[in-house]
Design a binder for this molecule. Structure first.
Ligand SMILES: [Zn+2]
Length: 563
């Protein structure tokens, strides 16, 4: 029986993926917060497509159609229920049928923001966002005719029967393949191998899992002194390409690895980080999808490559699971259950081995902080706004998110990234890492206007995002609470629950000290806190007025007595 003081509530018994206990319909309002890199994809959602089709037909039949003001439209009442049923059947057929849209034109538009909004409302498929008044779009001949007729400043770039080719030209550039400045996965693997040979005491590479469809190894690099032993040091995680078309994160991770290794022993700050911390990097989470993007098959590939319809044909439109909707925390309330959606969450939380690999690494290493790189939007998303309810560590999370955003300059260079709350009700990395694992995860949406950037822009994005990574490494210094929990008699390390009742609500799992060292670490805002330490078979300890210093770590070792 667990020793508990009066008034201590038991944690709710509910699976992570249903934690929100709200209907997915209501959750939709929350997922609006989780935008950024999702914007371009949202255009492609099935419902929008259907709306688009209806509108498209309006345009193509322009002249023959009578323009009707929708507000004046009336459905005549019918005394014949059969007629009404036939009418409704006709409507539902119209909605259900989804004929192919044949987009054959790549165009460049010079637009004001207002004009861009107009065209977005017309469901024009933009390949890039609006940047310096320019945007690329992939359209049908009929749409092009409407755009020209309405007097938009349009430049025709390419006509092709193959829609993917149009996107290749739009996103990869004139060569229509990814610029060699970007790493392929085999280049990532080779470079890591070379670095291990060069710095055997500082970096090691581990296989943390295999991809769901292709069975490719997913690799993590660990950088630390005495890298081959697990030391009692705080850990931090950086990861890229969970969305495989958002390739800048891979380059940031690789640049950070190279920076840490090449500056070790020369730069005092870098040396301190490597000596005192365990720095983990997973440059590519979605290895299969990254192959699709880097090999030139499809620059838009975002999900993993799971063959959803099991027809044996890979990389088809509609295949794949959005790995950043497959984490268990509030899984049921985020993403889409429609397998063709770009945000398809999969059949079950952690159904995808890529996500399970990240989960296992996070649970094992108990990272204090994590950065998950995405593109685009020049925005940081952090946990969370959950139907107006903020995260228990809101003040701390907000401070770090704002500091991180403020440390990264935008591509234009005139300002820095912004920080926004992410939704709590979505199966992304940050709600799970924070809510279930106690790791503060920040989504960094790198760059703006597109997912794949020209080489010059990529260099600037990597450079400015290294500053963000350094800011995160600096946060590992605290303030916060640290200590070891041991058995009072034997001195053996204990994995015990460490609860801060002044902060922690039922929205988050309780955190524990690790088995190996009995170590607990928690970043905190300075102030006074109550602390409750409990473990089965031991007397629960309640400590009041624990003061967290303004900077650095406050140490509090704890010896638990048996019942
Ligand atoms: Zn993304």
């Amino acid at each position: 029986m667990m020793a508990r003081s009066p008034g201590i509530k038991l944690r709710r018994q509910q699976p992570d993926w249903l934690f929100g206990n709200i209907s997915p319909a209501r959750a939709t309002h929350q997922t609006v917060f989780a935008r950024g890199c999702e914007n371009l994809h949202s255009i492609q959602s099935l419902i929008f497509r259907k709306m688009h089709l209806n509108r498209f037909h309006d345009y193509s039949w322009r002249g023959k159609m009578k323009i009707v003001n929708p507000s004046k439209m009336q459905i005549r009442k019918s005394n014949h229920p059969i007629r009404f049923i036939i009418f409704m059947f006709g409507i539902s057929c119209l909605i259900a049928k989804e004929p192919d849209i044949h987009r054959t034109e790549l165009i460049q538009l010079k637009l004001t923001k207002k004009q861009h909004n107009e065209l977005t409302a017309m469901k024009i498929e933009f390949a890039t966002g609006l940047l310096d008044s320019l945007a690329l779009a992939v359209v049908t001949e009929a749409e092009l005719a409407v755009i020209e007729e309405r007097g938009y400043a349009v430049e025709k770039i390419m006509h092709r029967d193959c829609e993917v080719d149009l996107f290749k030209r739009a996103l990869y550039g004139e060569a229509m393949t990814l610029d060699p400045i970007y790493h392929t996965y085999s280049e990532v693997v080779d470079e890591l191998k070379t670095l291990v040979q060069k710095h055997p005491g500082l970096i090691k590479v581990e296989k943390i899992g295999r991809t769901s469809q292709g069975g490719r190894d997913i690799r993590a690099a660990k950088i630390s002194d005495h890298v081959n032993t697990s030391e009692d040091e705080p850990a931090i995680l950086f990861s890229g390409a969970i969305h495989s078309d958002e390739v800048a994160g891979v380059e940031i991770c690789m640049a950070l690895i190279n920076h840490l290794l090449s500056r070790y022993g020369e730069d005092q700050q870098v040396t301190g980080w490597v000596d005192e911390y365990e720095i983990w990097l997973v440059p590519v989470i979605n290895v299969d999808g990254h192959y699709v993007v880097t090999s030139g098959i499809d620059p838009r590939w975002r999900k993993n490559t799971r063959d959803n319809n099991s027809n044996g044909i890979l990389y088809e439109k509609g295949d794949g699971i959005d790995l950043n909707r497959n984490f268990s925390y509030n899984w049921a309330h985020g993403g889409s259950s429609d397998s063709s959606s770009s945000r398809y969450r999969g059949e079950a939380p952690f159904s995808e081995t890529e996500c399970a690999a990240v989960r296992d690494l996070v649970l094992e290493q108990q990272f204090l902080l994590s950065v998950t790189y995405h593109s685009q939007g020049e925005v940081i998303y952090f946990p969370w706004d959950w139907r107006g309810r903020k995260a228990p560590d809101d003040k701390l999370l907000r401070r770090i998110a704002n500091g991180l955003a403020g440390s990264i300059r935008t591509l234009k260079g005139d300002t820095t990234y912004a920080a926004h709350y992410g939704a709590g009700t979505v199966g992304q990395t940050y709600p799970w890492m924070y809510g279930a694992a106690g790791t503060l995860d920040f989504v960094v949406e790198t760059g703006k206007g597109r997912h794949i950037f020209p080489p010059g822009d990529l260099k600037k994005i990597v450079e400015s995002n290294l500053q963000g990574a350094f800011y995160m490494l600096e946060q590992m210094e605290g303030p916060g609470l640290i200590g070891r929990i041991t058995d009072a008699r034997t001195g053996k390390p204990l994995s015990a629950e460490v609860w801060l009742p002044d902060i922690d609500t039922d929205d988050v799992h309780r955190r524990s000290s690790n088995k190996e060292f009995g170590r607990y670490r928690r970043l905190l805002e300075p102030g006074r806190y109550r602390l409750i330490i409990s473990k089965d078979g031991y007397q629960t300890l309640i400590l009041k007025n624990i003061e967290i210093k303004k900077s650095g770590w406050t140490t509090l070792d704890i010896r638990l007595k048996k019942d």
